[in-house]
Design a protein around this ligand. Structure first.
Ligand code: GTP
Ligand code: MG
Length: 604
């Protein structure tokens, strides 16, 4: 079973409308005897009865109907067997929705067939799709020059098309790939050579497929899984949680020490859990996995799980990527988007747009936005660190999608972490070390939350010096306290002249270190289950991002007080609330409402 799995090849077929994609698949199914017995005759018979010309594409429709009755089969996917392996191929109508699906990684293709109609020649989409494949990290491509029968099997015309397309592939730095002249209709050079093109010395499509690598067996790669959900055991006082997700690569066993990204929290796998089988010995790539930990830690959907001791992912909030844009409105700088990798979603902005180009003729476009069907290199700044991999063979771990207002609008591959200021990396390392060494209490965060009727959180109140943030912070503390919440207000100076005494006396006071220490104090108090309220003047976006890194990200709520008016975008993009400082009372009510909405305070 395992051996069989490893040899499977995931394929996608692309190309311009009507160039023969479905016909190629139909042919492959027929010529490899991969159709259910009698199916071919049945479809041909139906065509005869309806006096319709038989099309190989109908075979796919016939299969779809059948497969749609099963629940687990992806209806757009067909399977066929070559001598060496099983192939899964995804048929690709050339429209935008499909391309979006492909970008989301649903296809997870390792290789692609690109079909070009020899009679019509290379079209915009032929190039565009090739470019898209390259941006998605698909490096193995076979180009099928189809419908050779329509051009009298002309070697010269085939050579001309192949030469022109080779040049294009070179331009987009795609490995030259393989070219095959075929007639899908006649079955020439698909599964066997016929006498039609004696001048062609290369292999058939099937032979090429067998020459493709199906990648090193995924089980041998570092373990990676995105958390899909956290499930609660329903048995009486069993308060364990199951961390669930689909394994992208690698293997997981009970006893493994796992690290969760981007937080750096760690835990040891206690049991492996599966819905439909007794406790499995291991989970590997492709499995729907679940596991429990020997300690309770606070985890969320979207976290990336890695195994300690193996190569670890990059974790950074500044990075670059190549993107292909299919959005209704152009991609622009400084607009909020959601970056999705696996189940992880992180708000980002684009800070730089470089090398915008038309994806079919590769002409450079001198502009700083990316329009429909254009591609570009972008630099991103994320609200919190994002974990991804740049190792070869882990493309799924860096294939991303950009969501613009709920609409999947573009995608591509992340390329590298932008060497952030040395400080950032120090901070990251310190947080990871801290999480690694953290002495966890025997009381889980959930038990505390139940007992206290609140979720631990940090509320940061900031704004210009002129605003009375302290008044708001203290009023909020009192209100929550009177409602029975475990809440504490801490002022900056309480830390500055105590814990920070060694640095606060210096002229060149290290602001970053000051912020870090403050955040570490907050982290301890949040671990104790408290709602901590803090006020500080003029926190910058960077300060807030750093605080979020030290404290577990989403439990930090930022209110920015500014009498200059809300909604003018004068406040911080990092802020959850922009408030008018005029009336402390109403500012406090708004913060309270936010905390309720986010589930920090409940049971009132
Ligand atoms: P879309 O799914 O609409 O993008 O088209 P497609 O790329 O799947 O093309 P399809 O396989 O449906 O083929 C389009 C037309 O071209 C059909 O009428 C096929 O019969 C015809 N066709 C496909 N391959 C060949 C070939 O090798 N020779 C000839 N003469 N016709 C072909
Ligand atoms: Mg088709």
């Amino acid at each position: 079973m395992m051996e069989q799995m490893d040899r499977d090849l995931n394929l996608v077929i692309v190309g311009h409308v009507d160039h023969g994609k479905s016909t190629v698949i139909g042919r492959l199914l027929v010529d490899t005897n991969s159709l259910p017995l009698g199916r071919l005759e049945q479809v041909k018979e139906t065509c005869r009865r309806n006096s319709k010309q038989f099309e190989y594409a109908f075979l796919l429709d016939a299969l779809k109907d059948e497969q749609a009755q099963g629940i687990t089969i992806d209806t757009a996917r067909c399977f066929f067997k070559t001598d060496k392996r099983r192939c899964m191929i995804l048929d690709a109508p050339g429209h935008v929705e499909f391309l979006k699906n492909m970008i989301t990684g649903a296809a997870k293709a390792q290789a692609a067939l690109l079909v070009i109609d020899a009679n019509e020649g290379i079209m915009e989409n032929s190039k565009r799709h090739a470019y898209m494949l390259s941006l998605l990290g698909i490096r193995q491509v076979a180009v099928l020059v189809n419908k050779m029968d329509l051009i009298g099997y002309s070697e010269a015309r085939y050579d001309a098309i192949a030469a022109e397309f080779r040049l294009f592939l070179e331009q987009i730095k795609m490995p030259a790939g393989h070219f095959v002249p075929v007639s899908a209709l006649g079955g020439d050079n698909i599964a066997r050579k016929t006498g039609a093109m004696p001048w062609y010395g290369g292999g058939t499509v099937l032979e090429l497929l067998d020459a493709f690598r199906s990648d090193p067996p995924p089980a041998e790669k570092p373990f990676r899984m995105y958390i899909q959900d956290i499930y609660k055991f329903t048995d009486g006082d069993d308060d364990r949680r199951i961390v669930a997700g689909a394994v992208e690569t690698g293997t997981l066993r009970a006893g493994d020490r796992v690290i969760f990204y981007p937080s750096g929290k760690t835990g040891r796998v206690k049991t492996l859990e599966s819905y439909n089988r007794a406790e499995p010995a291991a989970f590997s790539a492709g499995d729907a996995a679940g596991f429990t930990l020997d300690e309770q830690i606070y985890l969320k959907r979207g976290g990336l799980v890695a195994v300690d001791g193996q190569p670890q992912p990059l974790v950074t909030d500044k990075f670059t990527g190549n993107i292909f844009w299919l959005g209704k409105t152009p991609l622009t700088k400084d607009k909020p988007y959601i970056l999705r990798i696996g189940t992880n979603e992180t708000p980002v902005t684009v800070t730089e747009i470089l090398n915008v180009m038309n994806s079919s003729d590769l002409s450079a476009l001198a502009k700083d936005e990316v329009g429909f069907n254009e591609a570009a290199e972008c630099a991103f700044s994320a609200e919190r660190p994002v974990a991804f991999d740049t190792y070869a063979g882990l493309e799924n771990l860096r294939r991303f999608v950009l969501v613009d207002n709920y609409d999947i609008s573009g995608g591509g591959l992340l390329t590298e972490s932008l060497a952030s200021a040395a400080n950032d990396d120090d901070l990251q390392k310190r947080v990871f070390t801290r999480e690694y060494k953290w002495e966890r209490s025997s009381i889980s965060f959930e038990r505390r939350a139940e007992m206290y009727n609140q979720k631990a959180a940090l509320v940061l109140i900031t704004g210009p010096k002129s605003e009375d943030k302290k008044a708001i912070a203290k009023l909020l503390e009192r209100r929550l306290f009177e409602k029975g919440k475990y809440v504490y207000y801490i002022g900056m100076s309480s830390i500055l002249y105590g814990l920070d005494a060694d640095i606060s006396s210096r002229k060149d006071m290290d602001r970053e270190e000051n912020t870090r220490r403050f955040a570490e104090v907050a982290n301890i108090m949040l671990d104790a289950g408290l709602i901590l309220i803090m006020s500080a003047s003029d926190l910058s976006g960077r300060d807030i991002r750093n605080i979020r890194r030290v404290v577990s990200g989403e439990d930090v709520y930022v209110a920015c007080i500014s009498s200059a008016g809300r909604g003018e975008g004068r406040g911080l993009p990092e802020a959850d609330l922009l408030l008018d400082g005029g009336r402390a009372d109403s500012a406090v009510s708004e913060i309270e409402a936010l905390l309720k909405r986010r589930g920090v305070i409940f049971g009132l």
